[in-house]
Design a protein around this ligand. Sequence first.
Ligand SMILES: Nc1ncnc2c1ncn2[C@@H]1O[C@H](COP(=O)(O)OP(=O)(O)OP(=O)(O)O)[C@@H](O)[C@H]1O
Ligand SMILES: [Mg+2]
Length: 153
Amino acid sequence: MATVIKKISNNPGETLEIGKWFAGNLQSGAIVCLFGNLGSGKTTLSRGICEGLGIKDFITSPTFTLINEYQGRLPVYHFDFYRIGSSLELYELGLDEYLYGEGVCLIEWPEIIMDEIAGKKYDIHLTWNVESGLENQREIVITEYPENGQVQP
Ligand SMILES: Nc1ncnc2c1ncn2[C@@H]1O[C@H](COP(=O)(O)OP(=O)(O)OP(=O)(O)O)[C@@H](O)[C@H]1O
Ligand SMILES: [Mg+2]
């Protein structure tokens, strides 16, 4: 059974705090897939997670570089696959070594490789309900999968 936790963030600072809190649970090798539209807060949450892991030099989203690497309590690989046309490019980059290594993988726009990830640990869905008129509110739903990494349908 997966565990689901839902949080509401009312501003970017709260999203950072949620990221810091979440980082406390992270263990070596965790794969975290971050879903949500443009501007939903994936990078902001990633920044908070990095801060929580003791990383002080968070850059920004690796939109053009595909990956940023950090060293905190654990190694962190932050990916952004928004611009990727095909997952083949990612295997040329050595994606498997990152995914199945010792570090934590934070993956924005993971859709292109979803079918190819084994042993995923967390999905995080960020939602910005534009019609609500609450410009700074985001819903953050965290799903944790069981230790054996079997992703439930
Ligand atoms: N509660 C909130 N949490 C996070 N960001 C918020 C919140 N309220 C407003 N914002 C704003 O929304 C934007 C979120 O940007 P961010 O880069 O984190 O999104 P993203 O999901 O990574 O987008 P992209 O798909 O372009 O990578 C920022 O400009 C931030 O200031
Ligand atoms: Mg981003």
